[in-house]
Design a protein around this ligand. Sequence first.
Ligand code: HEM
Length: 558
Amino acid sequence: MFVAVVALRALWALALSGLAYFFFRLHQVRMRTRELSTKYGVPILPHSYFWGHLIVMGKAMSRIPGDANGTLLMHFLLKDFPEFEEHGAVYIDSWPIVQPLVFVFNPEMISTFTQIRSLPKSPDMRAEFRPWTKNLDLVTLEGPEWKRWRSIFNPSFSNKNLTSLAPAMLNEIRIFSDKLKAAARSGETVKLMDLAIDLTIDVIALNISGDRLNCQTTSQPLQKALNNQIWWTCPRSTPVEICKMLHPLRSLFIWNNNRTIKNHFVPIIQRLINEQVGNNKGVGAAGETKTILALAIQAYLAEQKEAGNPITSASQIDSAFLERLTMHLGMLIFAGHDTTATTLCYTVYMLSKHPEALAAVRAEHTAILGADPAAAEARIAANPTLLNSLPHTAAVIKETTRLFPAVGGSVRAGQPDFWLVDAKTGQRMPTEHWALLSDHHTTHHRESLWPRPLDFIPERFLVRDGDEANPLHPHKNAYRPFELGPRGCIGLELVQLELKAILALTAREMDFEGAFAPGSPEVLGHQAYHVGDIVAHPKDGMPMRVRLRKVGGREVNI
Ligand code: HEM
C-alpha cells in the first residue's frame, strides 16, 4: 500500500513537472517568435499565443489533400501572405509539433548557410537518426570525422567511376524493364514506386561492393530490415509518431534491424579485406571500379599500417570500424534509394503528360544510341560514356527534380553569430534558437526565379552558361534539389547516370499513363503529388498503365 502511494505521488510529480516544462517551453518559444518583430523588426505571420502559427498553417494546408507532404506548406502559405515572398524567409512557430523553423526560399540567403558558411545540421534532425546510426553516418556526422568519411567515399561517386559501373547497372535495369513489359502484356496496373525502389536499392548495392543484391527478384532480409528501420526512425510530431517513439520495444527493434544490416555486410567486408590484404593490390588499378567498400577498407588498412598495426587478415578488424562502416552503408542505401525511385516515378509521369518532351527524348536516344531500341543496352555497355551525351534527357530529369524535389531541403542549426540578411533591404534576421530550412519546393516554384514556374520546360536546363540574358536561364543557386555546398548530395552523379540509363532502356519501348483513381485529388494540377513523412513519396505509389510501343509495325523488343 505504502509503495503504491509513493509510486502514485511520484507519477503525479512527474506529470506536473512535465506540464510545467511544457508551458515554460511554450511561453519561451512564443515569446521568442514575437520578439522577432518587437525587438528586431522582422515581419512575422499572424501569431497566436497558444497556437503559434498553427492556425495560419492549418488554413494553408486545408487547400491541399490531407495526405500531402508538409514540404508543400510554404508554397500555399505564400498564397495567403504574398507580401512575405520578397522577404525571402518566413519564421514558423508550430511548437510542439515541429521545432521552430525558418523557411528560407531566397537562393542567395540559402547560400549563406549552406555554401558560404555551412552551418551544422539541426540537432532535431540528428536526434531523429541517433537511435539508428548513433550519428555515425555521413548525413548526420559533423566536423573532421564527416570530412574524413566524405573524402573516403567521394571517388566512388565520381562520374568516371560510376560510368565504369554502368554495364552492371544495365543488368539491373533490364530486370526492371522486363517487369514493366510483363505488366504491359498482362494489362496489370503497376505501382511504379515499388518496382523503382527495388531497382534503386540493387543499383546502390552495386556501388557499395560490386555484388548483386537481387531485391528485384527475391525478398531480402536487408531490405526488410532497412524498411523497418526507416519506419521506427521517425520525426517526432504527429501523435502516431510520438506513440512509435514511446513504444517500449522500439530500441529492441532498432537494435535487431541493425544486427541484420551488420550480418549482411560483415561477411562482404571480411571477404574484401582478405582480398585486398591477400593480393596486396590497392583499389583503383586501371579500369577497376572503386566501390564504396573497397575505398573504405583501403583507407582503414592504410590508417592501421601508419599506426604501426598492419592488418594481415580480416580477423584483426576492430568492431568499432565494422560498426561505423555498416552505419554508413545503411544510411547510404536509405539516402539514395527512395529519393531516386521517387524522382524516377515523377520523370516517367511528366514524360507521359508531355508528349513533346518525350518525343525529344526518344529522338535523342535514336540519334545517340542507334535506331534500334533493343540494341541500346549493348551500345551503352560497350561505351558507357554515351550516357554523358544525352543533354535533353538530363534536362528532363533536372526539370522534374525542380518541380518535384524529393527532399524538402537541408535543415541547419541557427547560431548566435549568424544572421540571415535580406540583401535588398539590409534587414537582419536572427537565427539563434531556430532551425533553418533551405526550402527547395518554394525556391523552385518562385515566379521571380523561374518564368512559368508550374510549367514543365526542360529547355531551361539547356540554356548555356553565359546566356544569362535568356529569361529561361536558371538563376544562380536557385536549382538545388541535391542541395549545394560541401554538404550537398554525394549521390548526384549516380542519380543522373542511373535515370538516364533507365530512360535509355525504356522510353522508346513503352508508353506510360498515370492510372490514378477517377476523381483523385490534385496538387498544383497533378494527381501525382508528394505524400509521406521522412522522404516524400509519390501519391499511391505512382500507379501506371504500361503499353508496348510499335516501331516500324512491330512491337518493340518482345
Ligand atoms: C533524386 C535523388 C536524390 C536527391 C533528391 C537527394 C537529395 C539530397 C539532399 C537535398 C541532400 C542534403 C541533405 C541535408 O543537408 O540534410 C543530400 C545529401 C546526401 N545524399 Fe542525396 N539525394 C538523392 C540521391 C542520393 C543517392 C543515390 C545517394 C547515395 C547512394 C545519396 C546520398 C546522400 C548522402 C550520403 C548525403 C549526405 C552528404 C553529406 O552530408 O556529406 N543521395 N541528398
